[in-house]
Design a binder for this molecule. Structure first.
Ligand SMILES: Cc1cc2nc3c(=O)[nH]c(=O)nc-3n(C[C@H](O)[C@H](O)[C@H](O)COP(=O)(O)OP(=O)(O)OC[C@H]3O[C@@H](n4cnc5c(N)ncnc54)[C@H](O)[C@@H]3O)c2cc1C
Length: 395
């Protein structure tokens, strides 16, 4: 077995985005690195990301794009290795990419390009891969001692990068949190993020009639607003605006949706009442919104009578249900459909510069396993690159 013949300085547990970045950087510095994963292949989530095209970073990336109990924690790692640094690396490997809305950068060909680049960088710097490798136990004496189905491995540094709980079908699990607890580190409560929101039972039967409709809208919760597409599905609301707001939504919260953010609907109806009072509210709104959506609302609060006969309070109610539609989700679609996990290893336990545990020398946590979660748009992979690089410079 590989580990019986070689001595290692660094064990990296998890061969995803953060683990691969950390491994290549530590290897580049001459550290003897072993990267182990229970999966048979490396970078599974990178391959799934961005619909197979991997939204690998974002041109505009700052601490504002992250959610964490400590909103400043991510700053140091992002400053050490930001989007421009990743682009330089991708440039050396001639990876073709394209920019989409909101500064999101995607591979032109395939996410495979990114995984291949990281694997090549690791091999160039003599990183040893141990795949299909399950951990049995981890202890620390002078060094970390890990027993696995492939034998025992020791090293002075252990980097834990086993990711979050989302997408268990892609190999996600809770080993990272278990290791943190074993060494006395706090873990904050976890919940699914970047996830579709379900209808509540009261509205479900009405709203499923709208399945397939997609509308650009502005969605607000807890003082955060995102303006992007919303998609009606059989079970709830999805689309980028909903995934974004799901990171801020907590059970019991009501989300406000503005279906026509460009238009003050009350003013529009008032103007029409004064100029062409013969039209009814539904027929006016059909010019701006899909008619199936308007038809659903063609009962109160949208009286199907000429505007001239509508009272101002009827106009106000109708306008509010377009510009301020309250939606109380019944829940989320859970980890099976969530792109990320909110919460994780408490950042207060770690150095923001090196990602090393303050109380346990040589123990590092990087990537999604930490209580640092990005918004939609390439920020989660950027966090994996940044935190992986920072730890790779320190181990
Ligand atoms: C469908 C989908 C699409 C996404 N799209 C994007 C996108 O376009 N842009 C973006 O920025 N982010 C995207 N994300 C989020 C992003 O992929 C993750 O945040 C990122 O991959 C996290 O990297 P990581 O290295 O921390 O963890 P992971 O990539 O999850 O890697 C963890 C590794 O640890 C291994 N592991 C887990 N448990 C064990 C164990 N017990 N023993 C050994 N090994 C173990 C796993 O096999 C895995 O290889 C997407 C996520 C999903 C699910």
């Amino acid at each position: 077995m590989v580990q019986e013949q070689k001595a290692f300085d660094v064990i990296i547990l998890g061969g995803g985005a953060a683990g691969l970045m950390c491994a290549q950087q530590a290897g580049r510095r001459g550290r003897r690195v072993v990267l182990m994963d229970r999966a048979r292949r490396l970078g599974t989530k990178i391959l799934l990301s961005g619909g197979g095209k991997c939204n690998f970073t974002n041109r505009q990336c700052s601490a504002e794009n992250y959610i964490s109990s400590n909103p400043h924690f991510c700053k140091s790692a992002l400053a050490q290795f930001g989007p421009g640094d990743f682009l330089d690396l991708a440039g050396q490997y001639h990876i073709a990419y394209e920019e989409r809305d909101h500064g999101q950068l995607f591979c032109r060909r395939s996410a495979e390009d990114i995984v291949q680049m990281l694997i090549e960088l690791c091999l160039q710097h003599q990183v040893t891969f141990l795949l299909d490798c399950s951990v049995h136990s981890i202890t620390k004496e002078k060094q970390f001692i890990i027993t696995t189905n492939q034998g025992t491995i020791t090293a002075e540094s252990l980097v834990v990068t086993t990711g979050g709980l989302s997408y268990p079908q892609a190999g996600a699990g809770d080993l990272g949190y278990q290791i943190a607890r074993q060494f006395g580190l706090a873990v904050t409560a976890c919940r699914p993020g970047l996830v579709p929101l379900q209808y509540n039972p009261v509205e479900q039967s009405i709203l499923t009639e709208l399945t397939g409709i997609s509308v650009e809208a502005a969605v607000t919760c807890r003082n955060k607003t995102f303006r992007e597409n919303i998609l009606f599905t059989h079970t709830g609301l999805s689309g980028p605006a909903i995934l974004q707001i799901s990171n801020y939504w907590l059970p019991g919260d009501t989300i406000t949706i503005d279906w026509l953010p460009e238009i003050d609907v009350y003013q529009l109806l008032l103007d029409r009442k004064q100029t062409s009072g013969s039209a009814a509210i539904p027929s006016i709104l059909s010019h701006y919104l899909p008619s199936r959506l308007v038809r659903l609302w063609s009962q109160p609060p949208f009286p199907d009578i000429p505007l001239a006969q509508c009272t101002l309070s009827q106009l106000r109610r109708a306008a509010d249900s377009i510009n301020r539609w309250p939606f109380q989700p019944g829940g989320t679609e859970g980890y099976a459909k969530a792109e990320v996990t909110l919460g994780g290893i408490d950042t207060g336990e770690l150095s923001s510069k090196t990602l090393e545990a303050k109380m346990v020398k040589g123990l590092y946590f990087i990537g999604e396993v930490l209580d640092v979660t990005g918004q939609l748009g390439g920020y989660n992979l950027q966090w994996a690159w940044s935190s992986g690089y920072a730890a790779g410079c320190a181990v």
